[in-house]
Design a protein around this ligand. Structure first.
Ligand SMILES: Cc1cc2nc3c(=O)[nH]c(=O)nc-3n(C[C@H](O)[C@H](O)[C@H](O)COP(=O)(O)OP(=O)(O)OC[C@H]3O[C@@H](n4cnc5c(N)ncnc54)[C@H](O)[C@@H]3O)c2cc1C
Length: 392
């Protein structure tokens, strides 16, 4: 185990600042998010005001540098924030996670003029940002993307985009789209990243997808029809887009894992409370050893996932050479564990687990997609195996 991991009652050793961040986030989530999560889910309501209010807490640019309004925090700090928000609502937390991934890509790969132009609004959440990689015919095989960006205008002052992005979280609600598009040859080397504002001519959105979970945020196609974007919105030069997209995902995967962890913890807490109250065969059902063993396993697996995630995040903070592998391992492990724990919690509530008002079925639905997006869990295994075999 990493030297930075100390076993204090099964918890990662957090410093005082990190505990304060956790407390502040929990307080916000308990007051502004948790009481509304079920209603937002049912009404498929996007709580634009509450999302933007997180900007006041510095959640719009958690690991964006502070010269452009970011909070300048680390990856472990971010994980703590997403975990705490997800305990109230994983769908809410994951929306903010994707916004942060897009913000960081501009911070890390934008030049100073781009950082100054885009990030103060994004970090404060006056503007929301989406990440656009997936296309109708390419998901896991992202390097096969077809959306084209062609240099045009006098002196090549613009790019003109044509194509479509699929499954884009926040599409239509966001103000800024960080788009991977093809400017050159087939494969990863022909891909570039452009920042596309919502009011760009030729940009439109598909219908809102009818999903299993994540109901409080819209998922739609983003459609480019001769969509004109100034050439100065290109991040870091042509041909760098695929590595920019993958770098964004390293942190994104930790964040989405944190969303699973928080959601699963909430499911376990609900199961603990319910099994203490519910009676069958003359006693509280938590007196049956079969249920106790189930609860013990859920706690053990969740704590193990938490330690692993915190260790992976601190590796990315230290820019460890194997940080990408650890992000992939953490994403796979924590999202699988989180889903299994939430699903077990549903079982422990019996028929009530299946009812919306008890809150657990929503957690199961919300956590299921974390095994699919930001790279499926099969692709996480591909990444880990590549690192392992490549070392031989
Ligand atoms: C609700 C939601 C929100 C999303 N938000 C965004 C977003 O904001 N931005 C964005 O860009 N994308 C987003 N996505 C897209 C998501 O990242 C993709 O769905 C995901 O990467 C998988 O791509 P795909 O759906 O095309 O599946 P495919 O790539 O077609 O995969 C189908 C199946 O084949 C498996 N598979 C594919 N290749 C391999 C392989 N080499 N080895 C083993 N198994 C393999 C996959 O694991 C999967 O089980 C979102 C998706 C959903 C559902």
């Amino acid at each position: 185990m990493d030297a930075a991991v100390a076993d204090t009652a099964g918890q990662f050793e957090l410093n005082e600042d990190q505990r304060a961040i956790q407390e502040m986030t929990r307080a916000f989530a308990a007051e502004r998010v948790a009481p509304h999560a079920l209603e937002w889910d049912k009404a498929r309501h996007f709580p634009d005001d509450v999302i933007r209010a997180t900007g006041e807490l510095g959640f719009g640019g958690i690991y964006v540098k502070d010269d452009v309004g970011g909070s300048g925090l680390g990856r472990l700090d971010a994980v703590l924030i997403f975990e705490a928000l997800a305990a109230a609502d994983p769908a809410f937390s994951s929306f903010i996670s994707i916004h942060n991934m897009a913000a960081w890509m501009i911070d890390r790969f934008g030049d100073d003029a781009q950082r100054q132009r885009f990030l103060p609004d994004i970090a404060s959440m006056r503007q929301l940002a989406s990440y656009c990689l997936t296309e109708p015919s390419s998901g896991s095989d992202a390097a096969a993307l077809k959306t084209k960006a062609v240099r045009a205008g006098g002196n090549g002052s613009d790019y003109v985009l044509n194509g479509a992005k699929q499954f884009i979280s926040g599409a239509g609600a966001s103000d800024v789209y960080v788009v991977m598009a093809r400017t050159g040859e087939d494969g990863p080397k022909g891909i570039s990243t452009l920042v596309v504002p919502k009011d760009a001519p030729g940009l439109s959105f598909g219908a809102v997808e009818n999903k299993m979970g994540w109901h409080m945020q819209p998922t739609r196609q983003v459609i480019f029809e001769d969509c004109k974007v100034p050439a100065e919105n290109l991040l870091s030069g042509e041909g760098r887009g695929f590595s920019i997209a993958m770098a964004g995902l390293d942190g994104g995967r930790l964040n989405i894992a944190a969303c699973s962890l928080g959601g699963a913890q909430s499911a376990l807490d609900k199961a603990l409370a319910y099994t203490a109250e519910r009676k069958a065969f003359g006693q509280a059902i938590n007196q049956f050893q079969a249920l106790q063993f189930k609860l013990a396993d859920m706690e053990t697996e969740l704590q193990a996932a938490r330690l692993f995630l915190y260790a992976a995040a601190s590796r990315l903070d230290r820019k460890a050479p194997d940080a990408s592998k650890w992000s992939a391992m953490a994403k796979r492990l924590v999202t699988d564990t989180g889903f299994a724990v939430a699903n077990d919690a549903l079982q422990l509530l019996g028929g009530y687990g299946y009812l919306h008002d008890y809150g657990v079925e929503k957690l199961v639905r919300d956590l299921r997609v974390h095994q699919i997006l930001e790279g499926t869990n099969e692709i996480m295994r591909v990444i880990v195996a590549r690192h392992l075999i490549g070392r031989q």
